[in-house]
Each structure stands twice: as structure tokens, then as C-alpha cells.
Design a binder for this molecule. Structure first.
Ligand code: ATP
Length: 211
């Protein structure tokens, strides 16, 4: 599903990532772990095509990201990748429902209110669909951001520290949502986290060292 080879990334003159080889089949579930500053976020951004490596190759779903123009990468990301960033970026003046409808539009999907309503119900968020984001708890906002990332059933689902600011109940709920949704439609799931509660959940792990 993805394959990284000889990938190096530097901010200015400081190398933060150097991955010789990392690959995975479709449908697998990974934890990227490592201390704060080891490059977990940078790696997710590289896989999403939000950053370009200075050297090496990143292939996602058979597509070599470095061969795409910026516009092609944006289109590829919109179709193939769901990403839950550390900052959730919900649109503040729009309600939960409006945020999710907008995400469908941006991914070029036909409006599918049923899918949105079903996911909201699954996550016990139906009562909050007309609320503005600032009225949501951290856990609720996190769940909305996950729904937004999976609406278009992306083959690759990336999540950056999705549980670190959540209590145990919300942590389990968010984790279950990510894992069950990925499994339901065969997506590959990659979670970057230093949350110790996730350590024993994933059999497949990539440990990043500090450079
Ligand atoms: N835009 C940037 N410019 C310069 N250095 C950066 C930039 N973004 C990140 N870094 C540095 O690169 C290193 C890796 O950062 P990154 O955010 O990828 O690590 P991380 O493992 O995700 O950390 P955390 O667990 O704290 O989120 C850090 O030392 C960070 O300070």
C-alpha cells in the first residue's frame, strides 16, 4: 500500500528523518512511535504529500508522490488520504454538520447526508450536529475530525497524536473508531503517537530515533 525508500528530510540544515526502507500491505495498522521531536509528524506529512523529502522515494497506492505536481498531489491527497492532524482545523463559524458537508464537497463527493448522519450517530454526536466547534469538548472535536477524515473512505488513513489529550474513555472510543472504520473498508491505518496507552494495541510499529 505504501513504500518508503531512502527517505531523508531536513529542516534547514538539521536532518530529522532518515528512513532506509518501510513498507506495508493494504489494510495493515501501524503505530509510529518515538520521543517528542523524533519526526513523527514530519513523517505523516511526508506520506500525505504535505512535505517533499530532499531525497528518497515515497510510493502510496502505487503512486510516486515526488513525480506529482503540487496540484496533482493535492488532488491525490483529497481522494486517497484521510488525515487527522494534531490541530483539528474545524472551520469555526460552521456547525459540525456544515463542516462535514464541506469536507465532502472538498473531496469532490456527492453530498451524502446519510453517511454523515450514520457516522455522527455511531459516535454519539447526533445531538451536536448543529453546534459550533467551540462548544465541543476536546474528545467530541477529535471525533468530528476523524469523521471528516474518513467520510470519503480513503485507502490510507493517517492520524497524528489522536488520543494524547483525551481521557481513557475518549481514548478508547477514538482508537476503536479509527481501527474499526479502517477495517470496515480495508484502509491502511497509520497512527503517530507517544501515548503509552497505544503501545500494546498495535502489533506493527515503527520506532523513530532522535537524530
Ligand atoms: N517547520 C519547522 N522548521 C524547523 N524545524 C522543525 C519544523 N517542524 C518541526 N521541526 C523540528 O523537527 C523535529 C521533528 O519534529 P516533529 O514535529 O516531526 O516531531 P514529533 O516526533 O512529531 O514531535 P511531537 O511528538 O512533539 O509532536 C523537531 O526537532 C522539531 O523542532
Amino acid at each position: 500500500m505504501f513504500h518508503l525508500q531512502s527517505v531523508q528530510y531536513r529542516y534547514q540544515d538539521r536532518e530529522v528523518l532518515n528512513i532506509n526502507e518501510w513498507q506495508s500491505n493494504a489494510g495493515s495498522q501501524w503505530l509510529i512511535k518515538g520521543r517528542s521531536g523524533s519526526g513523527k509528524t514530519t513523517l505523516l506529512h511526508l506520506m500525505a504529500g504535505l512535505l517533499r523529502p530532499q531525497s528518497g522515494q515515497i510510493i502510496v497506492g502505487g503512486c510516486a508522490l515526488q513525480e506529482l505536481s503540487e496540484r496533482q498531489r493535492d488532488a491525490f491527497r483529497a481522494r486517497q488520504i484521510g488525515i487527522v492532524l494534531q490541530r483539528l482545523h474545524l472551520v469555526k463559524p460552521l456547525t459540525v454538520l456544515e463542516n462535514l458537508k464541506l469536507a465532502q464537497q472538498c473531496a469532490g463527493l456527492r453530498p451524502d447526508l446519510n453517511r454523515i448522519q450514520n457516522l455522527l450517530a455511531t459516535l454519539e454526536l447526533s445531538a451536536w450536529q448543529h453546534a459550533l466547534p467551540h462548544r465541543l469538548s476536546q474528545g467530541q472535536a477529535q471525533r468530528v475530525a476523524i469523521i471528516r477524515a474518513i467520510l470519503h473512505r480513503p485507502p490510507l488513513l493517517l492520524a497524528d497524536e489522536p488520543t494524547s489529550s483525551l481521557d481513557d474513555v475518549n481514548c478508547q472510543q477514538v482508537l476503536h473508531l479509527l481501527q474499526s472504520q479502517a477495517k470496515e473498508y480495508g484502509a491502511t491505518l497509520v497512527i503517530a503517537s507517544h501515548d503509552s496507552r497505544l503501545q500494546n494495541v498495535f502489533t506493527q510499529q515503527l520506532a523513530l530515533e532522535m537524530n
